[in-house]
Design a protein around this ligand. Structure first.
Ligand SMILES: [Zn+2]
Length: 250
């Protein structure tokens, strides 16, 4: 018994398997992150060759047999070529792809995460792309969309919304005003200015369509980067991301 499914998806991993086959992972809105075997993957030419390369966004016709996925045919929609000319952009894209691979379970829908990933690559391909901002947006929004949305509306005690600096607790995702914060200020209990808190709120709460439509100063970005990364790593089970380590050396 076999079954055929059609889906669009982004290739987030591609490797050679055996002598002539290839194994790819795609991120599909309907099926999440799934692994597909491509027979003759090394020798394939034309449409399938382009459509199954890393960071190709393609239409896939997939045969499911005994719970495994096999490529039947594919057709490329877009290839994010621009990533290959820039080491920093490419490394960041690989890190984001690894996040989708390690955390996306097969056969779970991933509409928001797919859209977030595609939009991230789209903005990353722009000439004036701000890699650090795209990275922070992805890390925070990914967590928000997968059930770890920080409670940044207001102080956890008195609901104070703005005014002075507040404190964001990365381990719990809670915010406290200075009157109600009784912990120690450190890497995980961070002081956030009103503009920084507003930025974090926007990233986790706005319509996904608009999440990349803003700019922040270099100073705010310097504060946002470690917060987004620590919050992400704190709440993700697999914390080993070699591409992230490499990104920091660039
Ligand atoms: Zn308070």
């Amino acid at each position: 018994m076999s079954m055929i499914i059609n889906t669009t998806g982004l290739v987030i991993y591609s490797r050679i398997q055996g002598e002539a086959d290839r194994s790819i992972d795609i991120l599909s809105p309907e099926y999440g992150a799934i692994n597909i075997s491509v027979h003759g993957g090394m020798k394939i030419t034309g449409s399938n060759a382009a459509a199954t390369q890393l960071f190709a966004y393609s239409k896939f016709c997939i045969k499911i047999q005994k719970g495994r996925y096999y490529l039947d045919s594919s057709k490329v929609i877009r290839i994010f070529y621009e990533l290959r000319n820039d080491m920093k952009k490419y490394t960041l894209a690989c890190y984001l792809a690894d996040i989708c691979r390690y955390t996306g379970t097969a056969n779970q829908t991933a509409y928001d995460v797919s859209r977030l990933m595609l939009n991230s690559l789209h903005f990353l391909c722009k000439e004036d792309a701000d890699c650090d901002l795209i990275k922070s947006i992805f890390e925070l929004r990914f967590m928000a969309d997968t059930g770890y949305i920080p409670n940044v509306i207001g102080c956890n005690e008195c609901f104070k919304y703005d005014g002075d600096d507040m404190f964001l607790l990365l381990k719990t995702g809670q915010v406290f005003c200075s009157a109600h914060f009784d912990g120690e200020e450190n890497d995980y209990n961070v002081r956030v200015s009103p503009v920084l808190l507003h930025t974090i709120r926007f990233i986790v709460l706005c319509d996904l369509k608009r999440v990349f439509n803003f700019r922040i100063s270099e100073n705010v970005q310097k504060q946002l980067s470690p917060i987004a990364e620590r919050y992400f790593l704190e709440h993700i089970p697999d914390k080993n991301f070699p591409c992230l380590d490499f990104y920091h050396t660039l």
